[in-house]
Design a protein around this ligand. Structure first.
Ligand SMILES: Nc1ncnc2c1ncn2[C@@H]1O[C@H](COP(=O)(O)OP(=O)(O)OP(=O)(O)O)[C@@H](O)[C@H]1O
Length: 484
């Protein structure tokens, strides 16, 4: 790629531009696209359909064009090296640049003042709820000018002028460079286009190829795996109906007086959630606590009230249900069991870090500023490692907690299937994923991660936890509902 120089001349500015009559020299790297792109530092151009003019479509925030302050979105390009751009298409401009020697001189009519441009820049932070890889996106105007991100990354949205492509910086990528990311509207449209496929899947419960692929070719499929597959399909439909795009987040600095955040541990049955919870409590019983569940069953001789369970009457339990005091509850052999918000609050009021393990569908009950949940997904390792690490492990295979047996090959497969389903359905809620292969390593990682929450480091939390409404800037990008 050739290095070129850009010179700006001003022609009868319609409004007073900033940096009037200045010549700016900076290096451009040009390459072909649907418009031209000034890689990493530059701009894209497009034809204005109403006027036919060639205009600057985007200035990459933080790039040299942006820093120069002399070229802005909306500026009209009149000439390149004295050649008029009238009636030309963006793709015809690249050869003009390619055949020029040395400096490239642009003649520009400013589209708007710098003040107007600055006022359009938003300062919103969002957490991405989906992965984006521009190398796999044929519609991105310029792959090199786009920013790749993973679900959970925090992005600073710096430009939303364009309905289709926003400009954003990925926090922590070191470069500080802003680039193109799909706008909320664009991603919603894309997800909506996938909807018929998801619906087709639900109606056709036996698409042989799909089934065989996900049930691992040639293996006998268990009922549990089939239902995991069904749940995955329904989650695709849910995702299609309520597309997860971005959620606005704000920085949260934990003060010493603030309560600890609630630690929610989720994972497929048998993966080791209880094991990790137990290890944490044993490691520092004064720091970690678990919420004591409620039940309507009779107290057994060896059990203590408030330690093993809170034993309550059916009437009291049902009142608590009506008052929405349960994070999760169910019935087993005619008795109610449930995790209650009051017992979570009690642990937190003692100044301890409360550990809660619930199904991820119940996270919404604690997704509030009061609990500020930090959600850890405990994930099984690959099947080979499961076989190796669980050789001597036994698990409770019956809910009455009496039947304990060794893991079977089918249990491992069910665990992996469940993990995949949970990840596809609730992955957007996970703050941390810990692979529980070697249990000592998983425990160390979990402990270190939870301890980090007490450090002065910034934590990004949903704006709703800190304010009653999204910021004005985010409302202008459109609000986000129904994502949880
Ligand atoms: N990394 C590991 N290596 C070996 N054994 C493990 C590991 N993690 C957990 N186990 C063992 O696996 C068994 C099941 O773990 P645990 O009871 O913690 O599962 P769980 O996720 O709480 O499941 P459930 O929700 O169904 O109770 C236990 O015997 C536990 O000691």
């Amino acid at each position: 790629m050739e290095n070129r120089k850009l010179t700006r001349c001003l022609e009868k500015p319609s409004r007073k531009p900033s940096g009037k009559n200045q010549y700016v020299i900076f290096t451009l790297y040009l390459f072909v696209g649907s418009s031209f792109c000034v890689r990493a530092k530059g701009a894209t151009i497009k034809k204005d359909n109403s006027t036919g003019a060639i205009v600057v479509a985007r200035i990459m925030r933080g790039g040299s064009a942006d820093k120069s302050g002399l070229i802005h979105e909306g500026d009209e390009l009149k000439e390149v090296n004295g050649v008029s751009l009238e009636h030309r298409k963006p793709k015809e401009i690249l050869p003009l640049l390619a055949c020029s020697e040395g400096a490239v001189k642009f003649k520009i009519i400013p589209g708007s003042t710098k003040e107007e441009m600055t006022s359009r820049v938003t300062k919103v932070f969002v957490r991405a709820l989906f992965d984006y890889d521009p190398t796999e996106d044929p519609t991105v105007p310029c792959k090199d000018a786009a920013v790749a991100f993973k679900r959970g990354d925090v992005l600073q949205i710096v430009g939303t002028d364009d309905d289709t492509w926003w400009q954003a910086r990925r926090l922590g990528d070191g470069s500080g460079r802003a680039g193109l990311v799909p706008s909320k509207q664009l991603h919603e449209k894309r997800v909506a286009l996938q909807r018929p496929r998801a619906l087709f899947k639900l109606q056709n419960i036996k698409p042989a190829a799909g089934l065989r692929r996900s049930f691992r070719l040639g293996r006998k499929s268990s009922r549990a795996r089939k239902s995991a597959q069904l749940r995955r399909w329904s989650s695709e439909i849910h995702g299609a109906i309520c597309p997860r795009t971005y959620i606005e987040v704000v920085p949260y600095h934990k003060e010493p007086k603030d309560r600890h955040r609630l630690i929610v541990l989720v994972g497929p049955s048998g993966v080791g959630v209880n094991e990790l919870k137990r290890r944490l409590v044993i490691s520092e019983p004064d720091r970690y606590g678990v919420s004591v569940p409620y039940t309507t069953r009779e107290k057994r001789r060896q059990e203590s009230e408030g330690l093993d369970y809170h034993f309550v009457s059916v009437q009291a339990f049902e009142e608590l249900i009506l008052n929405h005091r349960f994070v999760e509850y169910g019935q087993y052999r005619g008795n109610y069991y449930g995790s209650n918000l009051d017992s979570v609050q009690r642990v937190m009021a003692e100044g301890k870090v409360c550990l809660l393990d619930v199904h991820p569908s119940k996270i919404k009950h604690v997704y509030t500023s009061e609990f500020k949940p930090y959600v850890v997904f405990v994930k099984p390792p690959r099947i080979e490692e499961l076989r190796l690490t669980r050789r001597r492990a036994k698990f409770v295979c019956d809910e009455n907690s009496t039947q304990v047996r060794m893991f079977s090959e089918e249990d491992f497969e069910d665990m992996l299937d469940q993990a995949e389903t949970l990840d596809s359905q609730y992955g957007h809620l996970f703050d941390k994923v810990i692979v529980n292969g070697d249990v000592a390593a998983a425990f160390r990682e979990l402990k270190a991660d939870v301890e980090k929450l007490d450090e002065p480091e910034v934590q990004w939390v949903p704006v709703a936890w800190m304010r009653s409404a999204p910021t004005k800037a985010w409302r202008s990008c459109s609000s986000l509902t129904g994502w949880i």
